[in-house]
Design a protein around this ligand. Structure first.
Ligand code: UTP
Length: 481
């Protein structure tokens, strides 16, 4: 942190007062110089005009986009894929071509705070290998290394962190020898933080020299890619497509060539994988076509959050009995580099989302208070909102058993317990496809823990010739090179 010059510091303090936020200088006189500098640097990063607009639009006027009309989105369904195996083969080959040509980068967003899981380290450090106990970061790294080996290419890996976990994440990678990834192909970058506001639109101090801020949402990825130079780095390397994924999906089909193939063949600017909802009330956003209040254009794609959908829409069914709005958004995307360049030109175009939350604050006595009910507003942008700005979009339906099982909660659905169950079942099925008997109980549940390192086999086809059906699986079972 470089010390700020006196005139610059005074100008900033004047700005704070002008913005009606002088309460954040409450402890100024008592602060030692290094704390003053810390606060000044934080203040310098605050976009006061943006916060004033957010307060006005989202808190006072509750300016939420109105869904005037909703229609199901067109997607490449699983049934269509099953009916056209030739097309599927050629799309996969098309995607493989992109990988082989070195045009694909992987982008992991890991700047979130994992509040629901309640894990004290970065979420990627969560141990999840059914037998190996390998972490999420290692699992992703091994998939990427195996893919690069298979297609004889390099897959640069960009990892977004935030101020809440950047240092810890880098340290974790360093301690683990970058999980075997080449340092030349690994690039960490940070998203921005944004201050929260209290009920009156005021900044919140959570220490005498610190304003409470939160990561600006996974939508912050797009501007952070640009500001950090990562986007320019991709250009230099000849990257054209970016495979976007979240840290907590244990079944992630990394850089899925089939998805890539459909995306590239359609010249899509942004694409999304979707999967059928478990039931009408599964708390997942759904991709649909809506009247876009921002652009005034009808028929743009958008993720409709679970809480914004009426019960009637949630329950609506097609004549064949499937849910009418069934394109569950699972946060796996492809972006063209050129699309992101356009999307971030002149600042983010993404709309803000506001959440009423419990935010720690200093009380009148300077004591830190953890409130037991919401006392302020956090702001975030969401990456899927870029769908409505893309000219061409592919929505590819996938079977969640092979693509999606996230760790969100400490217990219940989408927790470590369900992720382990799904991962175990996923590997057991590969072994069974190779003719190996896996012990199951009367309910069909796999009785042992099994795991296959991505570096041993990336899929069932690669596994089959490497094992013999005579293999006996009776105890915990781990295949690694
Ligand atoms: P979630 O919305 O599930 O958030 O993020 P989370 O941080 O993992 O968990 P909660 O909501 O605090 O319990 C989905 C993905 O987006 C990333 C997360 O790291 C995760 O990979 N993310 C989220 C960011 O990178 N930045 C953000 O500001 C928010």
């Amino acid at each position: 942190m470089t010390a700020m010059r006196l005139e610059q510091a005074q100008a900033l303090l004047g700005f704070v007062r002008g913005a009606g936020q002088e309460h954040i200088l409450r402890y100024w006189e008592k602060l030692p110089e290094n704390s003053r500098q810390q606060l000044l640097h934080q203040i310098a990063a605050v976009d006061f005009a943006l916060l004033a607009r957010l307060h006005h639009d989202y808190i006072l006027r509750k300016n939420l986009p109105a869904l005037t009309s909703l229609e199901p989105a067109e997607m490449i369904t699983l049934a269509q894929q099953q009916a056209h195996p030739e097309e599927v083969r050629s799309m996969k080959a098309r995607g493989e071509q992109e990988l082989r040509a070195g045009k694909v980068a992987a982008l992991l967003v890991a700047g979130g705070q994992a509040t629901r899981l309640g894990f004290e380290k970065p979420k990627g450090a969560y141990p999840i290998g059914p037998v190996s106990q390998k972490t999420l970061f290692q699992l992703h790294a091994e998939k990427l290394r195996a893919l690069a080996r298979r297609y004889q290419t390099r897959i640069p890996w960009y990892i977004m962190t935030s101020d809440t976990n950047a240092g810890e994440t880098r340290d974790f990678f360093e301690k683990n020898n970058l999980f075997g990834y080449s340092s030349q192909d690994l690039c960490f970058f940070e998203q921005e933080m944004i201050p929260a506001l209290d009920e009156n639109g005021k900044l919140i101090l959570d220490a005498p020299d610190h304003i409470f801020t939160n990561p600006n949402g996974h939508g912050g990825t797009l501007t952070a890619l640009e500001k950090s130079g990562a986007l320019a780095d991709m250009r230099r390397r000849g990257i054209e497509e970016i495979f976007y994924f979240q840290v907590d999906n244990v079944l992630l089909n990394m850089c899925d060539p089939l998805f890539l193939g459909y995306h590239v063949a359609a010249q899509a600017e942004m694409s999304a994988k979707v999967c059928a909802k478990r039931d009408p009330y599964e708390k997942v956003g759904v991709i649909g076509k809506v009247f876009d209040a921002r652009t005034g254009k009808a028929g743009r794609l958008q993720v409709i959050e679970y809480s914004d959908m009426s019960a009637a829409d949630k329950e609506a069914r097609l004549p064949d009995g499937t849910l009418k709005y069934n394109a569950g958004s699972i946060a796996i995307h492809l972006f063209k580099v050129s699309f992101i360049e356009r999307e971030v030109a002149g600042g983010t175009k993404l709309p803000w989302h506001v959440a009423h939350k419990q935010i720690p604050y200093l009380d009148a006595n300077g004591q830190l208070v953890q409130p037991d009910k919401p006392n302020g507003y956090k702001f975030e942008t969401f990456v899927f909102d870029a769908l409505s700005d893309a000219e061409r979009v592919v929505l590819l339906e996938v079977d969640r058993r092979f693509d999606f099982s996230p760790i969100k909660n400490a217990a219940g659905e989408d927790s470590p317990e369900t992720a382990l169950r799904d991962l175990n079942e996923f590997y057991a099925r590969w072994l069974e496809q190779a003719g190996i008997t896996i012990p199951r109980d009367a309910a069909g549940k796999v009785k042992v823990r099994c795991e296959i390192s991505p570096l041993f086999a990336l899929d069932a086809e690669e596994l089959a010739p490497k094992v013999t059906p005579a293999l006996r699986v009776q105890n915990d079972f781990y295949l690694e090179p």
